[in-house]
Design a protein around this ligand. Structure first.
Ligand SMILES: [Zn+2]
Length: 172
């Protein structure tokens, strides 16, 4: 299996796991050249058929690699390990499959991807949101960032630079 990051021709398997009650084989791999870690899946072809309904009504097969590519693009030049994004794609696909429908609107995939990116890296999240929600001017960015900062202020477990969050943390 080629390395998705540096394209080295061979990567080694560091862990093999069964998931979805033995219907899926999940392999963690590592690239000996760039040390990228990623996951590959072995599963029944028929189980894999999940249909994505695009905005214009066209349908295409769900493609985990394509989704991963979108997340990677949002994380370009940010210190986000690839395996974190692989896990995010895995969670998104599992969530969709757990709903039991074999057709999923592309908009739902986009929302789930944003939800995952928000937890991973704020800049990646805003980047993804700007493309996905088709931001057309700076005010869109500003309101998204304000929303993000509001969420952070509510959280007591992170972002020590925010004075209100810091104060709350000291009290607890
Ligand atoms: Zn590599």
């Amino acid at each position: 299996m080629r390395c998705p990051r540096c394209d080295a021709p061979e990567t080694r398997v560091i862990e093999t796991r069964l998931s979805n009650e033995g219907r899926v084989v999940r392999r963690r791999r590592e690239c000996p050249c760039c040390e990228a870690r990623f996951t590959t899946y072995e599963r029944l072809e028929e189980w894999q058929t999940l249909c994505v309904i695009k905005k214009d009504g066209r349908r295409e097969n769900f493609d985990a690699d394509k989704l991963l590519h979108g997340l990677c693009r949002a994380c370009e030049k940010l210190p986000v390990p690839l395996d974190l994004l692989q896990d995010a794609v895995d969670r998104i696909e599992t969530k969709v499959r757990d709903q039991g429908a074999l057709e999923v609107p592309a908009s739902l995939l986009g929302e789930l991807a944003m939800e995952e990116l928000r937890k991973i890296h704020q800049v990646a999240y805003v980047r993804f949101a700007s493309v996905y929600r088709e931001f057309t001017d700076l005010s869109n960015f500003a309101s998204e960032i304000a929303r993000l900062c509001g969420t952070l202020a509510d959280s007591t477990s992170r972002n020590g630079r925010d004075p209100s969050a810091e104060a709350k943390r000291k009290r607890s």
